[in-house]
Design a protein around this ligand. Sequence first.
Ligand code: 5GP
Ligand code: ZN
Length: 116
Amino acid sequence: MSDCLFCKIVEGKIPAQKVYEDEDILAFKDISPIRPVHVLVIPKKHITSLATAGAEDVLVLGKILAKANEIAVSQGSPDGFRVIINTGRVGQQEVPHLHVHIVGGPDPVGPMLKRI
Ligand code: 5GP
Ligand code: ZN
């Protein structure tokens, strides 16, 4: 997709600190990390969000989750991590190309969300 930030990273038009890549997915460090380990994993194919993903995306979504632990361990989160997929307006997704946040580090990441 021509006007998509993360598609531009896939195409090499915008630089990123890549930590894993294969033919279907790309993982790179978040530009503004919230924890010592903060990696974004994306499908190379443009999918806007989980709200628009379809049956044809099942394999790539599974691949991202299946790679998450290996990526987390390689980046310095050997004892677990948290996966976050912000989706749409209510999920406060800022970049409209589906991405999985992997956050972690040596210490526990903290509470999931504040209670209402
Ligand atoms: P969202 O709120 O959409 O789930 O998260 C978007 C994430 O993308 C944010 O954590 C933000 O720091 C990250 N981000 C935004 N622009 C860039 C960029 O140009 N490069 C990288 N590496 N991360 C970005
Ligand atoms: Zn895109």
